[in-house]
Write a protein that binds this ligand. Structure first.
Ligand SMILES: O=C(O)CCC(=O)C(=O)O
Length: 285
């Protein structure tokens, strides 16, 4: 009881706010980037795409438009000077993105989710819908044995680098659907039957955001996004935070620690994957 009060004082999220997140599986944070911070990240990501900066450390995937099943390969390095990338990963290696993803408000969300322990980055990625293009991303959950991890990541911060609208393919979610748990052991996309059952149109919330605003997402909340029907890109940064002890099950690899915890107490919610679950390393969307 006493500990809870201390956490409320030290943590930007009140118990009531956090209860909303736990009920709905998402929480609008409002602006997390001021004008200069936003334009710095916009320019930095365009510089990687236009080869003004080397993308040698990054994983980069072109946007081929439309069909999710026929996506381009996700491999290391630039695929040419173009703004038509769909996804760029390993942005924690970039000092500007790293500084942003270490903002205190994100640490507070991690403490609420996992307890005051070391926190690692599962992925820090640019998600783009190029102007008049973009790939339709089907309903899915972020996790499952397909990720090849020894415990489940539970928290993602999604930040709009451009206004995110229905017209340009903002993220859509089904509030509360994280409470269903992972709908398949392997995770990620769901069957048509599950979609018909859980993703009825009247339940969909479109996460329209201004540039520089963020939303917290529980990794298991069902979400998808459409193509971009406008003449401007829909750029975004999505960062998944997890228990710092998480390892790749096949290689034993650990992940970059971005917040050091002050407590040696066990994690509150770093749910271990069961030993009998088979894992292969691969991540989507
Ligand atoms: O940015 C999008 O369109 C989808 C993002 C997403 O699926 C994620 O951040 O996990």
């Amino acid at each position: 009881m006493c500990m809870m009060r201390r956490m409320d004082i030290a943590n930007r999220f009140t118990t009531a706010t956090w209860n909303d997140f736990e009920r709905d599986g998402y929480l609008r944070l409002g602006r997390t980037l001021d004008r200069d911070g936003l334009s710095a990240l916009q320019d930095r990501i365009d510089a990687y795409m236009e080869q003004r900066l080397s993308g040698d450390r990054l994983m980069m995937q072109l946007d081929l438009g439309g069909d999710y099943a026929a996506m381009a390969e996700m491999t290391t390095g630039s695929k040419g000077a173009t703004l038509e990338y769909r996804k760029i990963e390993r942005l924690e290696t970039d000092p500007l993105f790293l500084t942003y993803l270490q903002e205190p408000i994100f640490r507070d969300a991690c403490v609420r989710t996992y307890g005051d322990i070391d926190i690692a980055i599962m992925r820090a990625m640019f998600m783009n819908k190029p102007a008049r293009k973009g790939t339709l991303l089907p309903w899915h959950q972020d996790g499952g044995t397909g990720w090849g991890l020894d415990r489940h990541p539970l928290l993602t911060v999604w930040t709009a680098l451009d206004p995110a609208t229905i017209a340009n393919g903002c993220v859509q979610i089904i509030p509360g659907s994280h409470r269903l748990g992972l709908l398949s052991e392997r995770g990620h996309t769901i069957t048509q039957e599950m979609e018909a059952l859980h993703c009825r149109p009247e339940r969909i919330v479109h996460l329209e955001l201004d540039a520089g605003e963020s939303v917290l997402l529980h990794n298991w909340v069902l979400h998808r996004s459409d193509v971009n029907r406008t003449d401007r890109p829909r750029r975004a940064f999505s960062c998944c935070y997890m228990d710092g002890r998480t390892r790749q099950r096949t290689s034993g690899t650990t992940y970059p620690i971005v917040f050091r915890g002050s407590s040696r107490a066990p994690a509150a919610a770093g749910v271990p994957v069961q030993d009998n679950q088979r894992c292969e390393p691969s991540t989507t969307p």
